[in-house]
Design a protein around this ligand. Structure first.
Ligand SMILES: [Zn+2]
Length: 448
């Protein structure tokens, strides 16, 4: 492949030729003419990691926007989501997941961190294969061509202090022994999926006791660890009532939080907690469109950035799938909160470029580990995208990124390659018709 301009780790370069083999970049040449057989495009950007997703929740997008009799909140939305979960079977679960993954690719994401918490059947029984639904996530990733970091979720309680789970949580619940079996099955399911990574996700401090957290971390000694934390003020208040400390404060003191950790949301963080996360080198997983949709609050990203804190973005509930929009909303939430412009850019730098670089670095660390090659360089997965010229998305260099993020959005994504395979052309995923038809059928069944 040959590009007039490409964003490389060292910056923009002209006339770039990228070669790949077995899914990885094997050569990056700059200042060279195209070979006769090269596919040619105006620009190339690294694909963005989507560090936090519950793909099946895509089926709820746009369907929870009617106000109930009382003030709506995250908790009333969660009730609707639990009702939706009751009706999912493995086929409908896979259909929703595969189409969501295809849409992620169309939106500019090339790897997804699937925070996967649905393990049991409608009655709360284990499937014949306890990792049945992990295998379905792997099949959806294979079908869509997206790179997968699978994060099986350990979920055991309804609240702090080991509160017994509710009936509605019966499809999520495991104990450490049962969870070890699910992880073994997940490992097998990923065995044939090129580039797949297995991590672990203690759901939240609400759902996991301290002893369980230790047991679960031992099961995946060196993979990514993701946890929901401090998304809602109610969670913070309950945590303080339980142990006298706030959730992030507790986690930083009680777990060895480091580079393999991703703290998802961390919305309600004090200055001391922000400094602690930054020191730990963990990544904060921000999900601006979902956090806005659920009324979570605004993460103090400007303050965290000033501490050299690491962050990436995720689509979480998948109410919208648009990598550029997550970055735009992240910046706009800060502008609204601190009443300044270009908040997350370094002095004199492009905001689009600053956001993109941070999300690429942070997302890569959260999904593939610290210190692995990221972006368009030899040894990295050949995951990239090209933007088309639209009004407001033109030019080159950082101007192109600003145009994409602040104006063009998803409509400007033209082609996407994952592991060197072209999975999106002209903005459309190669299997869009088939996957969309299966998704629509599953949604009809679920609402019927
Ligand atoms: Zn989540």
């Amino acid at each position: 492949m040959w590009f007039e301009w490409a964003l490389l780790p060292q910056g923009w370069a002209a006339h770039v030729r990228i070669s790949s083999a077995q899914g990885r970049i094997v050569a990056v040449e700059t200042g060279v003419p195209p070979a006769a057989t090269d596919e040619r495009h105006a620009n190339a950007l690294p694909g963005l990691p989507n560090l936090h997703s519950h793909a099946f929740q895509r089926g709820l997008a746009g369907r929870t926007e009617q106000r109930g009799s009382q003030a709506d909140s995250f908790w009333s939305w969660r009730g609707l989501m639990y009702r939706f979960v009751e009706r999912l079977d493995p086929d409908s679960f896979e259909a929703l997941t595969a189409f969501a993954f295809a849409e992620m690719l169309e939106a500019g994401y090339t790897r997804v961190g699937e925070f996967h918490y649905l393990h049991r059947d409608e009655r709360g029984q284990s499937y014949t294969d306890p990792a049945e639904l992990c295998a379905r996530v792997a099949a959806a990733a294979s079908d869509s061509g997206i790179a997968l970091t699978l994060l099986p979720v350990f979920y055991a309680h309804a609240g702090f202090g080991g509160l017994a789970p509710s009936e509605r949580q019966r499809r999520f619940i495991t104990d450490p022994e049962g969870f070890a079996v699910v992880l073994d099955g997940a490992r097998q399911a990923l065995h044939t999926l090129a580039g797949a990574v297995l991590g672990v996700a203690p759901h939240s401090l609400r759902a996991v006791t301290a002893a369980e957290l230790r047991a679960v971390l031992e099961l995946v000694p060196d993979g990514p660890v993701h946890v929901h934390i401090a998304e809602q003020m109610q969670e913070v208040t309950e945590c303080v009532a339980w142990c006298g400390r706030r959730p992030i404060e507790w986690l930083l003191a009680e777990a060895q939080v480091g580079e393999r950790w991703c703290l998802v949301h961390a919305t309600h963080a004090t200055a001391a907690e922000l400094a602690g996360i930054a020191r730990s080198r963990a990544v904060v997983g921000l999900c601006p469109s979902t956090e806005a949709n659920l009324g979570d609050g605004i993460f103090p990203a400007a303050e965290f950035s000033a501490l050299a804190g690491r962050y990436g973005v995720g689509s979480d509930s998948n109410v919208r799938l648009d990598a550029a929009e997550e970055l735009r909303l992240l910046e706009y939430s800060q502008r609204l909160a601190v009443r300044c412009r270009n908040v997350l850019a370094a002095p004199g730098a492009s905001t689009g470029r600053s956001l993109f670089d941070a999300a690429l670095r942070g997302g890569t660390q959260a999904l593939r580990g610290a210190g692995v090659p990221a972006g368009l360089q030899v040894g990295a997965p050949c995951d990239l995208l090209t933007l088309r010229s639209l009004d407001g998305v033109a030019g080159r260099g950082d101007e192109l990124l600003d145009g994409w993020i602040f104006n063009g959005g998803r409509a400007a994504v033209d082609s996407v390659w994952c592991a060197g395979v072209k999975v999106v052309s002209g903005g459309r995923h190669y299997a869009r018709e088939r996957l969309q038809a299966r998704y629509a059928k599953a949604l009809r069944q679920l609402s019927g």
